[in-house]
Every structure is written in structure tokens, then in C-alpha cells.
Design a protein around this ligand. Structure first.
Ligand SMILES: [Zn+2]
Length: 448
């Protein structure tokens, strides 16, 4: 089949009039200088980007939107509310919620999500009959919503550091659902997960708080054996750094480095409060950095040193994390605009560089280095943004990428194509009939 793109983002520039031949879910050919749609071609009018990668998600946090905007609080009080919602989820209700959330992502031009999944067991910590019932619900939900998923099955074993480096606190009553007790038991369960056409399986260390140092190598080895992505929440909060220094006499980054967790398949999520040595360790090991600016500002985390990390060698990706909003354009420009406020200087990243984080480097962090480009051989994953909405109308087409990155919203996404299949057409989801209604009913069920 053939798609005709009125304008295509080819990584460095906007190309008008591009025909894409698609076969077996891959881009088979890219023809430029095609002024009008060839007969039978499906027309994608607007700026067509490679499909966006949402590198860091906790699908169930979507149920907290607005609930956590009442009053003030901190990251830690926010976490209490998050635990309340988590305590009500079952495999069925999580499937319903995740399907709607992933459909919202499809509507926002997201074609792949990294789901950082730690809600493994029934309340109290009892495994379900199928010990991967929750993870499999997420994989099925992504399939129904038409997007790709990398399920980053997360080891979450303890509540925090103890008094000595070998001591860790037992999970509290909310965290019992997250825990497999030991990294070996985590590995055994995670090994039973199966990927598929739309799903890859990766690993995650929840944080240095949640996996005892002596067990970090077990998780790293599991990922190494499978050449799978390995993600970890890193230094989002200064309290985590302080507790790690008190228990181990080293920063979280140093602790991860000493236990073999860093490397080019690893992505640190947030990487907010780092020392110069941390930045050098992450950069020299080519460990990635996933910035989640809308969550980081929502939770008053601070602004991470993304410029310095990238300069040191850490590739950047973007995630909507807690889903305060699901809008990768907002994440991308927030990274640049935060840096402008901090430095009182403009132009740390070009629109092209921000799109790179939202596409090719994001997909690579999810274990798909071949994705995120409009080139022969790449997956036919596309997101088309209207250039005639109230937000994007005006600029010359040559500046369409700047218009999209700095002014568009997720509501301007007109088409989403995944593996050559037209998932969102003219702003409507092809299989999930009424996405707002699906979100409302799945969330209402959890707040009842
Ligand atoms: Zn997170």
C-alpha cells in the first residue's frame, strides 16, 4: 500500500510531496518530489513525523489526573494518593484503564510506549494464578489500542535503605503488591513473559531505594542475557540521594555503576539531582536519560541537567510518566524552555534535536533502534500533525517542525499509523470508539 504525505519530516528538513510504499509493516520505499497523491494512495495531510516514542509511562497514574491537583503536598504525599488507586486495580480493571490510556496515546501520535510496570500481584502480595496477569493485561491493552509496547517489568523489593549497606526496609503494606521478595524470584517470573509482534519485554530497577544493592546485578544480568532494555528511576528526589549516601557512602548513580547497571541499553529516568561525577559516569557509559518534564514540574522535582548529560554522551528521550498530560510536543518543548528559564539563554536544542529525542532516540531506549525514522526498512510508524489548526496555521511549510514542536498540542495530531495500519484517522481512533468515554468509565470504576 502507499501513503502520500503532503509534508514529511526526514530528520533534518521538511520535504513536501512524499510517497511512502509500505509492505509487511515496514517502509519499503520513500519517493520524494511526488506533487500529488498517486492513484489509490492514502493521503496524510499535515507534517508527518516518525511515530512518537513515549519512553516512560505508568499507565495507572492516568487515574490520578486532577485528583492530585487539589491542595499542595509533595512528591511523597502524591505517592500516598497513587498507592490508594493502585490498591484498587485488578487485571480486568487495569486492562480497561490501560486500553483507554494507550488509545489516548495513539491519538497523541505516540506509536510506542515504555511501560514501567511494577503492579505485579494481588493486594497483600499474593501472586495471581497467572503470576503475570497484570503485565499481560498491559500488553493486551496496547495491542487493542494499536500501539507498540515495551513492557519494562520492574523489580521492586524493598521500601528503602536501612542502617547498614546490607539492610533494607521491608515493603510497606501498599508495596507488597509490587514485590517478588527477591531479584531471583523477580527474574523467574519475568522470564515467563512473552513478547510478540507489538510487544517487547525489558527490565527495570524501580530505584536504588527499592532493589537492595546486592541484588542489582541479578536484574542487570537478566537484561544482558536478553540484550533487553533496562530502565531505572534515578535521583528524582534529593531525599533519595541523601538516604543512599547515608547507607552506602556513594550516590545512586555511583551505586548503579558499581553493580553493573549502567550501559548503552540502560536508561535512567529523570536523572535530576546529579553530581559532576554522576554526569560523567552516565555519559561515558552511554546510559540514556529519559526526561519527563511535565511530571517533574508537576511534582516539583527540579530541572535535570539534560544539556550536560547529552554533552557527556547520554542520549535523551522523553516520557509522560505520571500522565499529568499526555503530549510529547509539550514534553519536548518543556525540556528546552526549562533550560531557557534556568540559564536565561535560548536555543539549547533545535526543533530537530527535540524531535530526535521524541522519536529515534526514544525508540532506541525502548529496544527498537530501527524505528523513529522515515527511511526504507524502518517500521511504518507515523504521526501526522495538522498545519492548519489555530495553533499551527501561519508559518511557511519550511518551518513546520518549529511550528509543531513549539506550538502544536496532542489535539493537532490527525493521523497515527503503526506497522502500516491506520490507527488514528482524521483525529478518530479506529478501534476504540469513544476514547474519552472509555477513560471516564475506567477511572470512575477506581474512584468508586
Ligand atoms: Zn516513573
Amino acid at each position: 500500500m502507499t501513503y502520500w504525505l503532503s509534508h514529511a519530516w526526514l530528520g533534518t528538513h521538511v520535504e513536501p510531496g512524499v510517497a511512502l510504499d509500505v509492505s509487511d509493516g515496514l517502509i519499503a520505499g520513500v519517493r520524494t518530489g511526488v506533487a500529488a497523491p498517486p492513484p489509490g494512495a492514502t493521503v496524510l495531510r499535515g507534517l508527518t513525523l516518525p511515530g512518537l516514542a513515549n519512553t516512560h509511562s505508568h499507565a495507572f497514574h492516568r487515574a490520578l489526573r486532577s485528583t492530585v491537583q487539589v491542595g499542595s503536598g509533595t512528591f511523597w504525599t502524591w505517592r500516598e494518593t497513587m498507592y490508594q488507586v493502585a490498591s484498587r486495580l485488578t487485571p480486568d480493571s487495569y486492562y480497561d484503564l490501560a486500553r483507554a490510556v494507550y488509545a489516548e496515546m495513539a491519538l497523541a501520535g505516540i506509536t510506542a510506549v515504555g511501560e514501567f510496570h511494577y503492579l505485579h500481584h494481588a493486594p497483600g502480595g499474593t501472586p495471581y494464578d497467572n503470576p503475570n496477569a497484570m503485565g499481560e493485561a498491559l500488553i493486551a491493552a496496547a495491542g487493542e489500542a494499536g500501539i507498540r509496547i515495551t513492557l519494562l517489568d520492574t523489580a521492586y523489593l524493598s521500601a528503602g535503605f536501612g542502617k547498614r549497606p546490607t539492610q533494607y526496609q521491608q515493603p510497606d503494606r501498599h508495596q507488597l503488591r509490587f514485590s517478588d521478595t527477591t531479584a531471583d524470584a523477580w527474574a523467574e517470573r519475568a522470564s515467563l513473559l512473552k513478547g510478540g509482534d507489538h510487544a517487547l519485554i525489558g527490565a527495570a530497577v524501580h530505584s536504588v531505594r527499592a532493589v537492595p544493592a546486592a541484588q542489582l546485578a541479578t536484574v542487570a544480568a537478566w537484561a544482558e542475557e536478553r540484550q533487553a532494555p533496562l530502565h531505572v528511576h534515578l535521583s528524582e528526589q534529593t531525599a533519595e540521594n541523601d538516604a543512599c549516601l547515608a547507607a552506602h557512602g556513594r550516590t545512586p548513580t555511583r551505586l548503579l555503576a558499581d553493580h553493573g547497571v549502567l550501559g548503552p541499553r540502560t536508561t535512567g529516568i529523570h536523572n535530576t539531582h546529579l553530581t559532576a561525577e554522576d554526569i560523567a559516569l552516565l555519559g561515558s557509559s552511554a546510559t540514556g536519560t529519559c526526561m519527563c518534564p511535565t511530571t517533574e514540574r508537576d511534582l516539583a522535582d527540579g530541572i535535570g541537567p539534560a544539556v550536560a548529560l547529552q554533552r557527556a554522551g547520554s542520549p535523551l528521550s522523553l516520557g509522560s510518566d505520571s500522565h499529568a498530560v499526555i503530549d510529547l510536543f509539550e514534553e519536548a518543548r518543556a525540556m528546552e524552555l526549562n533550560e531557557r528559564l534556568r540559564t536565561r539563554a535560548r536555543g539549547h536544542w533545535t526543533a530537530a534535536a527535540l524531535l530526535r529525542a521524541a522519536t529515534v532516540d526514544g525508540h532506541a531506549a525502548l529496544g527498537r533502534p530501527e524505528a523513529g525514522v522515515i527511511e526504507p526498512g524502518a517500521p511504518a510508524d507515523l504521526a501526522t500533525v495538522a498545519l492548519d489548526s489555530v495553533r499551527t496555521a501561519g508559518p511557511v511549510p519550511r518551518l513546520a517542525a518549529e511550528a509543531v514542536v513549539f506550538a502544536a498540542s496532542a489535539a493537532d495530531v490527525r493521523h497515527t499509523v503503526v506497522a502500516g495500519r491506520h490507527i488514528v484517522r482524521d483525529g478518530r481512533h479506529a478501534h476504540v470508539e469513544d476514547v474519552p468515554a472509555a477513560l471516564a468509565s475506567a477511572i470512575a470504576a477506581l474512584h468508586r
